[in-house]
Structure formats: C-alpha cells, structure tokens
Design a protein around this ligand. Structure first.
Ligand SMILES: O=C(O)CCC(=O)C(=O)O
Length: 286
C-alpha cells in the first residue's frame, strides 16, 4: 500500500507514531502455526502505536461517529427493548482511516501472514474490523471464520487479532482448538435470528483441548481460516477492545459451492445475495 494517499489527507489523529518495529516469524513459529492452526506473537507493534490505534477505535465507537456514519453493528443478538448492546463491531475501519496501512501492526502482520500462509506477500490483501466487548459482553461462540464467507469461493487466509491493552481470559482473549484447521469447513448454525449473522459450530469437538491465549498489549494472535476459536464473556469492569484483520489471497470461484445452509438462511432473511469482497480498502462484487 502506498502511504502517499494518507499523507495528503487531513488526518484526524495524525499519522502513526514514527517509531519503527520490524518483526518476522521464525521457522519454528511457521511450523507451529501449520501444525496447530494458531500462533501467539508477544510483540507485533509498539506501545506508542497501540495508544494511537486506541484513539481511532474509541472515535469509531463514539456516539458522534455513530450519528455521522452509523456503521457500528450490534452483535449482541436480539436484545430486550431498551437494553444497550454489549458487543458491537465496526467493519473496514481502513476505508475511513487508510493510515492504518502505514502502521507497524499492518506491515508486521502482512509479513507474518505471507510466511504463515506460504504465499508471496504481493498476492495478499487485507481487511479489518474492530470489536468492542463491553463489561458483561457476550462470548463469541466457537466458530471458524471460513463459515462467514461465501460458499461459491475457495479462500486461503488467516486472521490476526490485536487487542489494544493487556487481555485476560476473563476479559475475552482468544482461545483456540489446536489442529481444528485440519478438519476443513465444519457445519455451523445461527446462534440467533439469521439476519444477525452470528454463527457457532454445530459439530462435536474436544472443548477441553482449548488453549486460552492471554496477551500483553502489543502482542497478537494468528489463526487459520478453519481454526476453531472463541472468546469468553467479559466479566471484568473494563471494555475489551480488539482489532482483528484478515489477510487473504484473492478468492477463487469453485465449480461446486460449499454446502453452507446457514448462508442460505442469512441470504433469505436479509434478501441480500451480493458477495462483496474488500481488499486493502477497495470494495468489489465477486
Ligand atoms: O473478538 C472477539 O471476541 C472474536 C473475534 C473473532 O472471532 C475473530 O477475530 O475471528
């Protein structure tokens, strides 16, 4: 990504801090990811950059931004009247803040993604989302990311999950089922009304094998697109702020779509049959 576009803009929170951090995976980390389907990296970005990212995050979830752009979605499911959502998500912050591509976080995550996926970095694009789990916020139930993607395409990608502070199990850090990525796409079901599009896996697996991955600020986890993962309800009195990004090669159309009845239920419930793909801030219909 070019940085010149963001330099010409009037940046609300200024450019990312100048301090550079370059990290790349060791052979041992690459092998671990391929065997187990996930990886914990203690340092992907700097404390200074985390503080800068946090300002963007808090602005995106603020009432002012919500009134102006209205793009924060409630992932808490069907709430009784008047109850405030406790799990909210905002998609594609990089479209409004392309300076997110000028960060240590993005450069390092992309370098890791290319090595872990075993593809040239030039073939990889990315998109992000931000998830705010307020105190009392729900669990993200066990799922594979691939279950959210259109059945008509093959994907090869991973998620990198960056919390904007230290994160514990009780706050909702990531947890993974080792080797679950080797099971391929598993059956999923809607946890709530299909239009809310909140999925959980609907096949047996060994939940006792789950590996919780608490992190210090600046660290991140990586998981393959078919790795089962979960975050617990936030039982602390602090909101949990996470900035996950997906790194993928271009989707490839399949001869026969995957069997994903939950996707048909979503399409029927919303009437939306478009398959949109976001790649480095550019949106296109597949
Ligand atoms: O942040 C969360 O609670 C869930 C995140 C997640 O499922 C993901 O990034 O793939």
């Amino acid at each position: 990504m070019s940085t010149s576009a963001s330099k010409k803009r009037n940046l609300r929170f200024g450019p990312p801090p100048a301090k550079r951090l370059n990290v790349e995976p060791t052979q041992k980390e690459i092998q671990f990811f391929r065997d187990e389907g996930f990886l914990v990296v203690d340092r992907l970005t700097t404390d200074e950059e985390i503080a800068w990212l946090k300002q963007i995050f808090e602005y995106i979830f603020s009432d002012d931004h919500q009134k102006a752009r209205g793009n924060v979605v409630d992932r808490s499911g069907t709430l009784p009247d008047g109850k405030q959502p406790n799990l909210t998500q905002s998609f594609y912050p990089e479209m409004e803040f392309p300076e997110l591509f000028d960060t240590n976080h993005w450069r390092n995550a992309k370098r890791y993604a290319a090595a872990l996926l075993g593809v040239d970095a030039g073939r990889i694009t990315s998109w992000g989302h931000m998830i705010r789990k307020a105190p009392g916020g729900n669990a993200a139930l066990w799922h594979q990311d691939h279950a959210y993607w259109p059945p008509e395409f093959d994907f090869h990608g991973l998620g990198v999950w960056l919390p904007l502070h230290d994160v514990s199990v009780e706050m909702g850090c990531m947890q993974f089922i080792p080797k679950s990525h080797k099971r391929g796409l598993m059956k999923h079901a809607h946890q709530d009304a299909p239009q809310h599009n909140v999925l959980q896996v609907a096949e047996p697996f060994d939940v006792a094998s789950a590996v919780p991955c608490p992190l210090k600020a600046g660290g991140a986890t990586f998981h393959y697109q078919e790795t089962l993962h979960y975050t617990a309800p936030n039982t602390t009195n602090q909101p949990r702020l996470a900035f996950p990004m997906e790194f993928q090669i271009d989707p490839v159309r399949r001869k026969t779509p995957f069997d994903m009845p939950w996707m048909e239920e979503l399409r029927a419930a919303t009437g939306n049959r478009k398959t949109l793909h976001v790649a480095d801030g550019q949106i296109r219909e597949l």
